[in-house]
Design a protein. Structure first.
Length: 260
């Protein structure tokens, strides 16, 4: 049976892994290479690494770190953080990443992601949108680690991104980041309904039921999460974890049987 990809998203600040809540108060949780080794053992489908301060600091994610991750990772992985030109994309792919994730410059430099998709193929280029509700409840895209509001609706950006030739779109809710209260299903579905490229739900997942909701109700093609894969229990003790294939088969097969 088909299973959606389940993707741990690991946030980098400096050389360490951190976890945020609503993009604020990054808490150190460990060493990225150690996390990769554990996810190898747990047979994760894919990993995503995002350098959360790169764009604000006008730099890109460390290529040396990408190479270190590539030397250890058994699974495909994507990386993002301050990527703004073709040379950087090339360096990151040569260092071992399968996918380059572009966030701020997916909004500011649409011609750049279009050129990158043409040169390296859409399967290698992923656009990521960080989205937050205004006081009036309107969805807006934010850039530079959620510090700058573009005041552009995500549906408008999503259609443009799709037209640029990228292979995938990550839809990340700033409001739900780190809350472990579930995805913004309305947001994810609204974007999945208007684009033909795969949509990855991100922001808010805290348990297996949330993954199921993101797939069946949010219409996401893949499900990404941070907190649920690095925390355990109500006190949020740091523990790298990942569901087994049997757990996922039972989770998604049960729902498919009911729907049929």
């Amino acid at each position: 049976m088909f299973l959606p990809r389940i993707i741990p998203v690991l946030l980098l600040k400096g050389k360490g892994l951190v976890k945020t809540v609503r993009f604020k108060e990054p808490k150190y949780i460990g060493d990225p290479i150690n996390a990769v080794r554990i996810f190898n053992d747990l047979k994760a489908d894919e990993l995503v690494f995002l350098d959360i301060t790169a764009s604000k600091e006008d730099r890109t994610i460390s290529v040396a770190l990408v190479k270190d991750i590539g030397d250890e990772a058994y699974m495909p992985f994507g990386v993002g953080g301050g990527i703004s030109n073709i040379k950087q994309v090339e360096q990151i792919l040569k260092a071992g990443a399968e996918k380059v994730i572009i966030n701020t410059n997916a909004v500011l430099k649409m011609d750049f992601i279009e050129e990158a998709a043409k040169i390296f193929g859409g399967q290698s280029i992923v656009a990521a949108l960080d989205i937050k509700k205004s006081l009036l409840g309107k969805y807006e895209c934010w850039i530079k680690d959620g510090s700058q509001n573009t005041k552009v609706h995500p549906l408008e950006i999503a259609k443009k991104v799709e037209g640029s030739g990228v292979g995938e779109l990550i839809v990340n809710s700033i409001d739900l980041d780190g809350t472990m209260s579930g995805y913004d299903i309305k947001l994810t579905r609204s974007i999945a309904d208007i684009v033909s490229i795969p949509v990855v739900a991100c922001g808010g997942a805290g348990n297996l039921e949330h993954l199921k909701e993101g797939y069946f109700e949010g219409k996401a093609h893949a499900l990404a999460a941070g907190s649920m894969f690095v925390y355990h229990g109500p006190r949020r003790a740091v523990l790298i974890n990942y569901p087994s294939k049997n757990e996922l088969k039972q989770l998604f097969n049960k729902e498919i049987t009911i729907n049929e």
